[in-house]
Design a protein around this ligand. Structure first.
Ligand code: FES
Length: 149
């Protein structure tokens, strides 16, 4: 095999791997939960983050709480087993509902992006997302809807 053919085949293999990995990651579906509504907020289970996988347990980096009591969904990011963030999925630019894509919340209206802590990554939005306090007790993750920042 000459140099030209080697480079051609190598590039084809790299492109194929890139396309396949992006197809696989796009097939991982977003998990929605309704949670249990209480007097002061909504509770979900830590197990809501578990992903069935051969050879062990894996965890989704986020789940989305959709409930009729909420005007917008809340995205819960799992930082580690005892640390979570709860983000109001309303764009701070003009109020469109955000879409979760991995560790980024994106706005399809004008392209703003926010990180998993709600901070602006790309404008035109220039204000961080509203967040809710989260407490973790045993297997329960409680999102306090009384307070927000
Ligand atoms: S409403 Fe989200 S970027 Fe404009």
């Amino acid at each position: 095999m000459d140099r030209r053919n080697f480079l051609k085949k190598s590039c084809t293999a790299c492109l194929s791997l890139t396309v396949i990995s992006s197809m696989v990651s796009s097939c991982i579906s977003t998990k929605y939960v309704t949670g249990k509504v209480g007097q002061n907020g909504i509770a979900i289970d830590k197990d809501d983050f578990k992903i069935r996988q051969k050879g062990g347990t894996a965890y989704s980096s986020f789940v989305i709480v959709r409930n009729e009591i909420l005007k917008y969904p809340i995205c819960i990011y799992r930082i580690n087993d005892n640390e979570y963030t709860a983000l109001w999925m309303r764009c701070t630019h003009q109020g469109a509902e955000l879409q979760a894509s991995g560790d980024v919340l994106q706005c399809s209206a004008h392209g703003s992006e926010f990180n998993s802590k709600g901070q602006v990554r790309n404008g035109p939005a220039n204000i961080a997302l509203r967040t809710f306090p989260v407490t973790v007790t045993n297997n329960e993750i409680f999102i306090d809807l009384r307070k927000q920042s």
